[in-house]
Design a protein around this ligand. Structure first.
Ligand SMILES: Cc1ncc(COP(=O)(O)O)c(C=O)c1O
Length: 401
């Protein structure tokens, strides 16, 4: 019961998720979530951009959806079109781009317009916890496709699609994070991208391509987006500014044809994504994207190396992981029989936070022996120290020899 005597418990919507816990602050050694590198936030650049945009037209702020309407301000949509053309091989126009409150809102909106309880959605067997949670909350049947070092396995996908068709089930979409997959860090080969499009066509199932991490590849040249090879509107493409600038920007985008866009817009009832954020990010990236992204990639690559060496040093050969071609995570396999969830509490008590595997899996039990470590936020010294302490906790708990 609350202080003023009114008891809300009988009033709450019966379908609410369990209540949130109170915020406990960040742990000292923070390897969870998808935070980005605080040293790479371009504060000086933001200040210059803010100065420029605040000397612009005040109607941008005083009106709902002034410059660009409900799809987002024009300079930011123009940046997305230019970036997708130059870096992801996608030819699109500002009419097909919707700026969202993070790509999390993009997932929410796409699910809103496509999914009903009892529907089936195909995902990678290990996948983004937020996307999996969203599907589960909606009562959607989630079917996982196995991954190997080259991303989603097309032989398994073909088998699953055929099996579902035999049962009269047409999945609503195939959700994939093809470029620097979360959590495994894999990159789907070009051959498989073509096969995926062919399967999508054969079974009449759209592809939901989430390229949240694609900008963070360490190399210069890499695989084009699946959307770039699609001239039949079967790929809905989303991306984010959270990993290139920081999740605090709360900006993302969807690329979709008008048939879908018009439905997304009628479902997006937030009266527009925050315009100040859009203006500053739009100005900054229209002027500095290429230099900024090279800097971010180099910093992440260094931290990835530091985490890999720290794990080898402190954990030895008892854990396995592949070094990714980019991104911000290592997906680490623990010795057989170890349950990562049992280690979460003891590690947290020492100030070390990691993500236990089950939340990142279509079949939670199948990922009990994995942890995901994000290396973007902690400093190199914190990575080394945190990993050494984590190995001590694991040893004490009997999880390591
Ligand atoms: C694959 C993937 N998609 C989408 C998101 C949502 O990110 P945001 O809403 O910050 O853009 C995340 C966050 O970590 C993610 O990993």
């Amino acid at each position: 019961m609350s202080g003023n005597g009114l008891d809300y418990s009988a009033l709450f919507n019966k379908d609410l998720p369990p209540p949130a816990g109170r915020w406990q602050g960040h742990p000292k050694y923070n390897f969870i979530g998808g935070h980005s590198d605080p040293d790479k936030v371009p504060t000086e650049g933001f200040i210059e951009s803010a100065d420029r945009v605040f000397h612009g037209d005040p109607r941008n702020i005083s009106m709902y959806n002034f410059s660009g309407g409900p799809q987002g301000i024009l300079p930011l949509r123009e940046f997305v079109v230019d970036k997708l053309g130059r870096h992801r091989g996608i030819e699109t126009t500002i009419d097909d781009v919707l700026i969202t409150g993070g790509s999390g809102q993009a997932i929410e909106l796409i699910n809103e317009i496509l999914l009903e309880p009892g529907d089936t959605a195909i995902v990678e067997a290990f996948s983004f916890s937020g996307a999996l949670g969203n599907l589960r909350r909606r009562g959607v049947n989630v079917v996982g496709i196995n991954l190997d070092g080259d991303g989603m396995r097309m032989d398994h996908l073909a088998e699953v699609l055929e099996g579902l068709r035999d049962k009269g089930v047409r999945p609503k979409y195939i959700y994939t994070i093809p470029t620097l997959q979360n959590p495994t860090g894999t990159v789907l080969t070009m051959e498989r991208r073509h096969q995926l499009l062919a399967l999508s066509e054969q079974y009449g199932v759209p592809i939901f391509e989430d390229e949240c991490y694609a900008d963070l590849i360490f190399e210069g040249e890499y695989e084009n987006a699946i959307r770039s090879m699609d001239d039949t509107n079967r790929v809905l493409h989303i991306g984010s500014f959270s990993k290139t600038l920081g999740p605090g920007t709360r900006l993302g985008y969807v690329v979709a044809p008008w048939e879908v866009m018009s439905r997304l817009l009628s479902r997006k009832n937030d009266a527009g994504t925050g315009v100040m954020d859009q203006m500053i990010v739009g100005d900054y990236f229209n002027n500095h994207y290429d230099e900024h992204i090279l800097d971010v990639r180099a910093a992440l690559q260094r931290k990835c190396d530091v985490l890999g060496s720290a794990l080898r040093e402190s954990f030895g050969p008892s854990v396995e992981f592949d070094v990714p071609r980019g991104g911000m995570y290592l997906w680490v396999k623990l010795p057989d029989g170890v349950d990562s969830r049992a280690l979460e509490g003891p590690a947290l008590r020492e100030g070390i936070a990691f993500n236990p595997g089950p939340d990142w899996s279509a079949d939670p039990a199948a990922a009990a022996g994995y942890i995901r470590l994000c290396f973007a936020l902690p400093s190199e010294a914190e990575i080394r120290e945190g990993v050494e302490k984590l190995a001590d906790v694991f040893r004490r708990e009997g999880a390591l020899p």
